[in-house]
Design a protein around this ligand. Structure first.
Ligand code: ZN
Length: 150
């Protein structure tokens, strides 16, 4: 039997991370005193994600997500909240576009340590139907932040 190669080991590790975030989601639930919220759905898969944000100036001081859906959508939401909590809005925007590049198949983005555990979702670029699942929470975050000025 061949020993597993490095990419197979990373794949298994990433799979574990996705399952861990799916089973024990971080920052899930309602958020007291949320400044802005947005709900987005992915009808192709049945995913629904709400994102609730509290702002302190141009910093996301706290956020949470709610909703239900497949393991990819839920794990991505959990990872997203961990990644952007405490970050300035311009840094959040940079992370959002980096994450989008990664799930569209950009290999340099998949190696970008600024994406933290969210890199576990880099493999979805091979499954176009799942890209929407992975992006749902990030799109809901963008909408929640855009709602702010309305
Ligand atoms: Zn899904």
């Amino acid at each position: 039997m061949q020993p597993p190669d490095r990419s197979a080991q990373i794949g298994a590790l990433y799979q574990e991370l996705i399952l861990d975030h799916y089973r024990r989601p971080r920052n899930k639930g309602e958020l007291e005193r949320a400044d802005q919220s947005a709900l987005m759905k992915n009808p192709l898969c049945g995913d629904e994600i709400g994102v609730h944000v509290r702002l302190d100036g141009d910093v996301i001081s706290d956020l949470s997500f709610s909703g239900r859906g497949c393991s990819i959508s839920q794990a991505s939401a959990s990872m997203m909240t961990q990644l952007v909590k405490g970050k300035r809005l311009d840094d959040v925007e940079a992370l959002r576009s980096r994450f989008r590049e990664m799930v569209m198949g950009d290999a340099t983005a998949a190696d970008d340590s600024s994406l933290g555990s969210a890199r576990a979702l880099s493999g979805v670029c091979k499954f176009p139907a799942r890209v929407k699942c992975a992006l749902l929470a990030w799109n809901a975050l963008e909408r929640a932040l855009a709602n702010r000025t309305e």
